[in-house]
Write a protein that binds this ligand. Structure first.
Ligand SMILES: Nc1ncnc2c1ncn2[C@@H]1O[C@H](COP(=O)(O)OP(=O)(O)O)[C@@H](O)[C@H]1O
Ligand SMILES: [Mg+2]
Length: 340
């Protein structure tokens, strides 16, 4: 029998390789890193990852490119993804005990369920080259469901809707497996694009992605909540005069701008339900469905979905951490033979 010292001395890492944010869990320590999934590369080979790279998005001089390698839920650039994994694995080691750093950590990576078998293998190989020992990938909706505490291994249906930056993952789970699943390429980014389009069409105002995201987070909503109607100042460039300009926009008009991407998310939920076996569908009537991911925080989204599909809808307590917590749970319980 092969005796592996590293099994006893290495520490394990869980990674949520999200389209917008990458989070890392170190066994027995909890979530230690949370940074944007952005990599910037300059012509002279200088690479920056995470928070530092995101600051450059939309503000790069010609000799620097800032890339979101997972943007659409598929891997646009393998080398850049590997660079990102290397950065996170190296940084996570800094949170381990000194003797643990000598060993290659076992890594559990949650990846968007829409990526292909080939891409999944490539992520595993990249993680190994980036310093990992054994690498296990798990579908993001499974990790998310575990992370929010749904009873995924019981013989009862649970539904998770994880709305990330590039994708929305909808899954029905039972007996530790995925029974029905959809991955649609509409998430928070698409909402930002809709806001950009709206500002262009209505005000001839060109705004950047970061401004659009800010508008969505500050005054965006999916359903009218009277006490929360607000307005804010938006800055951009006037497409007619070419000069900087600022205008005020209201929650109500942003809600109109968000209608289309939100309708696509509702459609993904509806179509998953339509293909769900009847026994599990009836479980969902009692237990409702759970929203997670950053997009779940759009105000009134739970209420809108609930009205559209006629089921109770809950929002996870800590939606941005759902997936990474799920990977952490898996790490902490792998030795007790829990099947996921
Ligand atoms: N309070 C908020 N309201 C609405 N959207 C939000 C909020 N906070 C974050 N988001 C959006 O959530 C998305 C990121 O969610 P996340 O779950 O981290 O994505 P991913 O798993 O794809 O990396 C972004 O589009 C971001 O704009
Ligand atoms: Mg995610």
């Amino acid at each position: 029998m092969k005796f592996r010292l590293s099994r006893f001395f290495s520490s394990d890492i869980g990674i949520d390789l999200g389209t917008a944010n990458c989070l890392v869990y170190v066994k027995d320590q909890g979530v230690v890193l949370n940074e944007p999934s952005v990599v910037s590369i300059s012509d002279d080979g200088d690479v920056k990852v995470g928070t530092e790279a995101k600051r450059m998005l939309g503000r790069c001089p010609v000799n620097i490119r800032a890339i979101r390698p997972m943007k659409a839920g598929v891997i646009a650039d393998f080398e850049v993804t590997e660079e990102m994994l290397r950065y996170f694995i190296t940084k996570a080691k800094g949170f381990m005990k000194p003797y643990q750093r000598f060993f290659r950590p076992n890594v559990v990576i949650a990846i968007p369920s829409g990526i292909t078998e080939v891409e999944s293998r490539a992520v595993q190989d990249s993680a190994m080259r980036a310093g990992a020992g054994k690498v296990t990938t798990i579908p993001e909706p499974m990790a998310s469901a575990i992370g929010v505490g749904l009873p995924v291994s019981e013989p009862t249906g649970s539904m998770i809707v994880d709305i990330g930056g590039g994708t929305t993952e909808v899954a029905v789970l039972s007996l530790a497996g995925i029974v029905e699943m959809r991955s649609c390429r509409v998430g928070g980014d698409e909402m930002d694009s809709s806001i950009i389009q709206h500002m262009k069409r209505v005000y001839n105002l060109l705004i950047g992605e970061r401004m659009a995201e800010d508008i969505k987070i500050r005054i965006g909503s999916a359903y009218q909540v009277p006490d929360l109607e607000e307005s804010m100042e938006v800055k951009g460039r006037d497409l007619v005069s070419g000069l900087p300009k600022s205008i005020r926009v209201s929650s109500q008009e942003i809600r109109t701008a968000l209608q289309e991407p939100i309708a696509s998310i509702v459609d993904a939920v509806r179509s998953t339900l339509e293909h769900c076996p009847p026994e599990l569908a009836s479980d969902l009537m009692d237990r409702g469905i759970m929203l997670a991911g950053g997009g779940a925080m759009i105000r009134g989204l739970d209420r809108l979905i609930s009205e559209e599909i006629n089921l109770p809808v809950l929002v996870a307590d800590d939606p941005l951490n759902a997936v990474v917590k799920g990977t952490g749970w898996i790490l902490q319980n792998l030795n007790s033979n829990v099947r996921v």
